[in-house]
Design a protein around this ligand. Structure first.
Ligand code: ZN
Ligand code: FE
Length: 256
C-alpha cells in the first residue's frame, strides 16, 4: 500500500509524493522547489529516500539540490537528459523497469516537450507520473520535439489501463478545458470532466490526478485518431499526426 500526496509549488507546479511505510520508501517526482516539500515531510517525520525527475526544466528539478543536501535521497531520471540534470545516481530509458519498495516502476521515453522527457508508471498502485507530456485535458508544448514525436509519446501513455491515475506536472486543467470545449463542444466526457473541474476548483482542491480512462475520452490530444474530432476541425480523413499538429497549434494560439 502506498499513500499519495500532491504538493503545490511555484505558480502552478505539482510535486507528487508516495509514501510506502512498510518498505521505508518516500519518493517524490519533480520537485520544482525544496521548501514546501521539506516542510511537508518534516511535519510528518518522513525521511525522503528517492527523487524522480521527468525532464530537466527548472520548474521540475529546482528543488533537487536542496532536498538532496537535506536528505541524501537518490536522484533518478531520464538517461537521455544525463547531460542536463546534475547528480543523477540512476538513469533509465524506454521500457526499463526498476523496483522501489512495493512498486515496480516502468519508464517510458516520451519526447516532444523536451527530447529526453520520460514518464514513470507504478504498479500495482496504477499511478502515472506524466510530467509535462500529458496534462489533464492537455499536453505539453513542443519545445524540442515534433508533433509526430509527441503523438507517439502520448500513444504509449494512452495504452495504459483506464483506471490509471494521471499525476501531471501542472495545474492547467481549467484552461485546457476551455480549449477542449472550443473544438469539441458536444463531447459528453468533456462535460463530465467540466463538472469535476468546477467542483475541485470551488473547493480549492487540485484537479490532479485524473483518471486515464476519462482522459482517453475527453482529452483532444489523445484523440487525434478519432474521425469525428478530425472532421470537427476540418481535417476529415487526415493522418493523426496532422490532426495532432493542428490541435497543438490551435492550442498554442488559443486565448480563452
Ligand atoms: Zn517542462
Ligand atoms: Fe513544467
Amino acid at each position: 500500500m502506498v499513500e499519495i500526496h500532491v504538493i503545490p509549488v511555484l505558480n502552478d507546479n505539482y510535486v507528487h509524493l508516495w509514501h510506502d511505510a512498510a518498505a521505508g520508501v518516500t519518493a517524490i517526482v519533480d520537485p520544482g522547489e525544496a521548501g514546501p516539500v521539506q516542510a511537508f515531510l518534516e511535519e510528518r517525520g518522513w525521511h525522503l529516500t528517492h527523487i524522480l525527475n521527468t525532464h530537466h526544466h527548472g520548474d521540475h528539478i529546482g528543488g533537487n539540490a536542496g532536498l538532496m543536501a537535506w536528505s541524501h535521497a537518490t536522484l533518478i531520471g531520464p538517461r537521455a537528459e544525463i547531460d542536463r540534470i546534475p547528480d543523477m545516481a540512476e538513469t533509465y530509458g524506454d521500457g526499463d523497469r526498476f523496483t522501489l519498495g512495493s512498486q515496480t516502476v516502468t519508464v517510458f521515453d516520451t519526447p516532444g516537450h523536451t527530447r529526453g522527457h520520460v514518464a514513470f508508471y507504478l504498479e500495482p498502485a496504477g499511478l502515472l507520473f506524466s510530467g509535462d507530456t500529458l496534462f489533464s485535458l492537455g499536453c505539453g508544448r513542443l519545445f524540442e520535439g515534433t508533433p509526430a514525436q509527441m503523438w507517439h509519446s502520448l500513444l504509449k501513455l494512452r495504452a495504459l489501463p483506464d483506471d490509471t491515475l494521471v499525476h501531471c506536472g501542472h495545474e492547467y486543467t481549467a484552461s485546457n478545458l476551455r480549449f477542449a470545449l472550443s473544438i469539441d463542444p458536444d463531447n459528453p466526457s468533456l462535460a463530465l470532466m467540466a463538472d469535476q473541474v468546477a467542483r475541485s476548483r470551488a473547493a480549492n482542491r487540485p484537479t490532479v490526478p485524473s483518471r486515464l480512462g476519462l482522459e482517453k475520452a475527453a482529452n483532444p490530444f489523445l484523440r487525434a485518431d478519432d474521425a469525428a474530432l478530425a472532421a470537427a476541425i476540418g481535417l476529415a480523413g487526415a493522418d493523426p499526426v496532422a490532426v495532432f499538429a493542428e490541435i497543438r497549434q490551435r492550442k498554442d494560439h488559443f486565448r480563452g
